[in-house]
Design a protein around this ligand. Sequence first.
Ligand code: NDP
Length: 462
Amino acid sequence: MEFDFDLFVIGGGSGGVRAARVAAGETGARVGLAEESRLGGTCVIRGCVPKKLMVFASEYAKGMHEAADYGWEVKIRGFDWPRFRKRLEAELDRLEGVYNGLLENAGVRVFARRAMVADAHSVRLADGKTFTAKHILIATGGRPALPEIGNAGLGITSNEVFHLDELPRRLLIVGGGYIACEMACIFNGLGSKVTQFYRGAQILRGFDDEARGHIAEHMERHGIDIHLGTTVLGMDRAGGAGGLLHKPAGGIEVRSSTGDTFTFDQVLFATGRIPNTAGLGLEAAGVELGRRGEVVVDEYSQTAVPSIYAIGDVTDRVQLTPVAIREGMAFVETVFRGNPTPVDHELIPSAVFTQPEYGSVGLTEDEAAAREPVEIYCTTFRPMHKAFIGREDRVLMKLVVSKATRRVLGVHIVADHAGEMIQLAGVAVKMGATKEDFDRTVAVHPTMSEELVTLKSPVRTL
Ligand code: NDP
């Protein structure tokens, strides 16, 4: 049977765009791609990229105060959010254009509308057009999930946070994961009064306990009011009627599980993300969905329907852009180059762009200790840059080491630029470096990361 396309990709985010352009540009496949929103997806349009630019913007406040202590004459007049937002929007437009250009140059036919799966070999666009394809790739990503509480719609999510008309004076952030903690630090840096509610005992569940405590302590010291063991019971517009959705005139009144009532100008829910599979026709086509609505795939990203594959956040494996890109590349290698390539999800380094940043790779102390006897090497210290001007900020560097094999099972760094450092530590850990490999590497002096190769004795063995 002759198909209209060799591959039809639904979703133009990081994973979908990469798979489409490599399949078309490098293997000569005839590729179509449908995107209902903007090319670039969550990462480029409403995630990693605008977030990181906001991190940069927010860090200048601290930087300017530090500059003053270093001897600079500095006068800080405040942050001009509309000016920043205009520049941010222009940058996102530019990046969207770049993505469009990449697809065009590779010969991908782009459809700027929603698509759904009609059957194992065909997709239907929102305008009614139907195309057949030998393979279909689902790369529709995920979206923020709102908790089920009264009037949750008065709050915003990370989708709206980059489009605010003005900086909220009083901001509540709900959640304790990546997005909640990053946004808390960003808005705190930009000048908002930030309160954070987290339902558990400590923020950043799943990460190393010592690092979590260290970050929380620094966030609080820098002015973020973290309420642990606290959730939102209900919300109302303060002062009754009036005000637009997402911008109630008198603010938003929030009732907490601790029995208190607070008023905020904005409430940001960062309470996790769910896969975008609703209304895609997947189940009718025979694709299996999991409990959270995620597309169930095997190690080659293949679904229960052999011609349909899925990559990225919609599969709810590891919700990170570089992972989606790798899954896209492995898919092309498997399907279009005849070289079955499973996706390697082991030892993925990542960074949380809190202030200070947290970079980690491998196991936490508790995870490692539950598997085998380990030695923990850990130090905290005031980095030179901060000690010079009397700041109390401390850096944390930690290695989790197997007693039996001496392999470094985990690296945890809380420090400015920890994201940059963990990328390189990740290479060593992925290669199977031992503690002794770290030890025989000469320190780069004076740096913070030199502590990673000069950790002498374990602080504890477990
Ligand atoms: P996370 O899963 O990281 O965090 C969700 C948070 O919301 C958790 O603290 C969770 O609590 C809490 N929560 C969930 N449901 C409720 C509820 N009903 N009421 C109150 N609290 C609730 O999701 P994020 O949205 O922060 O981020 C999504 C993913 O995006 C991340 O997992 C990450 O993979 C990716 N990401 C990566 C970034 C990076 O690499 N720097 C940056 C941003 C996102 P609990 O812990 O108790 O479950």
